[in-house]
Design a protein around this ligand. Structure first.
Ligand code: PHE
Length: 389
């Protein structure tokens, strides 16, 4: 769509060791959807920001223009995420360069942030006491109506006055202290209020969670449209994260929420790809400050194609999905594993995937789809070493 800055383009281009950012992904960087006032993501962002800044006691600084290209240090190390965490694997994360080499992770590795928590430490080091930090994040993932390799998160952080919650103490002491309970209670009350603001009075439940960078950690779910829906992850900031940034005498909370998930239910948007469309029939429906229901324009018919192959050792489905994305862009709606079996004699395993091709704004021709499917067949053979059946 040509919306990416020239600087970003020349910066990301491949050639660096370990780069697994495809041109398709590269083109998503820099769109700034969350900063568009009349875009559903921008509307929700503004609503949440005004909620937090109406609470009175704390002014939350708005941060929404940080570069999505960050070091592994910021995205993982600063947050106490262990070396062997699956989120660090190149099968899950887009690396721009991996200085440590193929199987070694280095804190200098450059990657597309996988969550906005990647900025927590830097912003606290700068002395910010309360902030809302929003941006596009990137994860290699499966392909369906609710998964897209890029989405948007908002990170919230609030530090407390040590006179109120206590200062430097051992981690064990802190976890047992009334200060820790006060921070957790404030976190829960604030986020419940945010849900009521967005959804109206709504039933909620807290689930104990685990994140390496918060302790204790929770997940908030709301009961909406007859189902429990996960809204966000959060917790009391881990003492280790704070001492890493020189704030061993401070305490606070943090949360991270996905904007698409909220926007899809609030605006009744049925497919996550729609957030990225340029179609006027989408954009003309939304206005700053207003949450309105999306009226789907005619959905064009899907086209299905199956592909079956013998998988080699170490096969990563995400690599296959990525090739699909690279070949067909947003014309691929889903890639489903529909059959898997192992030949008892040879021990070889075969996967069959059904690809759903569909455009959001036009009918696709057979010719066009056959071309895509042939390109996909060629590329998976070449790049993944699979044997087509
Ligand atoms: N970064 C976490 C995620 O992406 C969410 C989170 C943010 C959890 C802040 C706790 C605190 O899943």
């Amino acid at each position: 769509t040509g919306l990416m800055s020239a600087a970003a383009t020349s910066r990301l281009i491949t050639g660096e060791a370990g780069n697994n950012v495809t041109p398709y992904i590269e083109n998503l960087v820099g769109r700034g959807l969350h900063k568009k006032k009349d875009h559903p993501l921008g509307i929700i962002k503004a609503k949440i920001e005004s909620y937090f800044n109406s609470l009175g006691d704390t002014q939350f600084e708005i941060v929404d223009s940080l570069d999505p290209l960050v070091k592994a240090q910021a995205c993982f190390d600063d947050l106490l995420i262990p070396e062997d965490h699956p989120g660090r694997k190149p099968s899950d994360t887009y690396y721009v360069s991996r200085l440590g080499g193929r199987d070694v992770s280095s804190s200098e590795d450059l990657l597309l942030r996988t969550h906005t928590s990647a900025h927590q430490s830097m912003l606290m080091r700068e002395g910010k006491e309360a902030f809302l930090c929003t941006g596009d994040v990137y994860r290699r993932d499966e392909i369906d109506a609710s998964h897209f390799p890029a989405f948007h998160q908002m990170e919230g952080v609030k530090l407390f006055d040590p006179a109120l919650v206590g200062g430097e103490m051992s981690r064990e002491e802190w976890l047992e202290s009334p200060g820790c309970k006060l921070v957790a209670d404030d976190l829960k009350k604030t986020l419940e209020g945010m849900c009521d603001e967005l959804f109206g009075p709504v039933e909620k439940r807290w689930i104990d969670e685990y994140f390496p960078f918060t302790e204790p950690s929770f997940e908030l779910e709301i009961y909406y449209n007859g189902d429990w829906m996960e809204v966000l992850g959060c917790g009391v900031i881990h003492s280790g994260v704070l001492s890493n940034v020189g704030l061993q005498s401070r305490h606070g909370w943090a949360f991270g929420l996905g904007l698409e998930r909220l926007a899809m239910v609030l605006f009744s948007i049925p497919d996550i790809r729609l957030f990225w469309t340029d179609d006027k029939r989408f954009h003309s429906q939304f206005k700053e400050g207003k949450i309105t229901k999306f009226k789907p324009y005619s959905k064009y018919p899907p086209n299905y194609k199956d592909i079956a192959f013998w998988i080699p050792e170490g096969f990563e489905p995400n690599d296959f999905f990525e090739i699909g994305r690279g070949v067909a862009g947003e014309l691929v709606e889903k890639m489903d594993l529909i059959d898997e079996f192992t030949n008892p004699k040879t021990g070889r395993t075969s996967h069959c995937y059904r690809i759903t091709y569909r455009s959001m704004d036009r009918s696709l021709t057979d010719e066009e789809i056959n071309k895509l499917q042939f390109a996909l067949r060629d590329l998976v053979t070449e790049q993944l070493g699979v044997e087509l059946r």
